[in-house]
Design a protein around this ligand. Structure first.
Ligand SMILES: [Zn+2]
Length: 213
C-alpha cells in the first residue's frame, strides 16, 4: 500500500500574513514574455520568517549558529503530532505533563486552535494564536525533545516572544513555525522538513511533508 503524503507548509503568496513589523511579501516579475522577454523571471522579497519556516539560535543569540548549520537529520525522521485542546491559548508545563506521562519523542508538533481555520494563511495576522509558555519550553528541553513545531507564525506568545525562543534555541532545539495542520490527524508520521539552504541567516522558509506510517 502506498503511504499517503501530506504537505503541511503554507503557500507563500502576497496574501500570507506576516509578523507585524516585517516587510510585506512581494512577488514581482522582472522579465515577462507578455512584454517580449524570452522567458518569465520572477523575484521575491520577504523575511526569512515568512510562512512555514525554521529558526536557528542566531535568531536570538548574536553568536548563535545559522540555519544552514542545522544537521538535516534533525529535521527528517519520526515525529508525533499532538493535539492541544482548542480552548487552550497557552501551552503550559502542566498541560504537557497531563498529555504524556511516558517518554517524549525527539520531534513533536502541536496542533492547536490555529488549525481550526482551514487556511490561516489567507487571513489577517492574529495575535491570539496558541503558543508555548516558558515553563513548557523548559519542560520539553528536559524531556530531550529536539524539534518543536507549531501551527502559527511563532512558538512563543505574541506579547512575550523572546524567552521561549531563547530556552529552545540555546538547547539546540529546532523551532519549526507556521505549519498548516488543518485536516491532519494526530499521531505518528515521518517528518520531512527541508529549509532552504541559505548561508548565515537566522531563519529559513521550509517545505514540510508528513509521510503516513
Ligand atoms: Zn521564526
Amino acid at each position: 500500500m502506498t503511504k499517503r503524503m501530506f504537505d503541511i507548509s503554507v503557500p507563500i503568496s502576497t496574501d500570507l500574513p506576516v509578523w507585524p513589523g516585517d516587510p510585506p511579501i512581494e512577488i514581482d516579475q522582472d522579465a515577462r514574455m507578455i512584454d517580449g522577454a524570452s522567458a518569465n523571471v520572477s523575484r521575491i522579497n520577504m523575511s526569512v520568517h515568512t510562512g512555514t519556516h525554521i529558526d536557528a539560535p542566531l535568531h536570538f543569540f548574536e553568536n548563535g549558529f545559522s540555519t544552514d548549520k542545522i544537521a538535516i537529520e534533525k529535521m527528517v525522521g519520526d515525529v508525533e503530532i499532538i493535539q492541544i485542546n482548542e480552548n487552550i491559548s497557552i501551552i503550559t508545563e502542566s498541560i504537557l505533563k497531563g498529555l504524556k506521562q511516558n517518554l517524549w519523542p525527539k520531534r513533536v508538533i502541536f496542533k492547536t486552535s490555529s488549525s481550526l481555520i482551514s487556511d490561516w494563511s489567507q487571513k489577517p495576522f492574529r495575535k491570539d494564536f496558541c503558543a508555548l509558555s516558558t515553563g513548557a519550553a523548559e519542560y520539553l528541553v528536559q524531556q530531550g525533545v529536539k524539534l518543536v513545531g507549531i501551527d502559527y507564525l511563532s512558538i512563543a506568545p505574541y506579547e512575550e516572544p523572546d524567552e521561549v525562543h531563547r530556552i529552545l534555541l540555546v538547547a539546540g532545539v529546532v523551532v519549526l513555525e507556521g505549519l498548516n495542520l488543518y485536516g491532519i490527524s494526530i499521531g505518528n508520521y515521518k517528518l520531512i522538513c527541508l529549509p532552504l539552504n541559505i548561508t548565515g541567516v537566522e531563519g529559513a522558509p521550509a517545505r514540510v511533508i508528513l509521510l503516513e506510517q
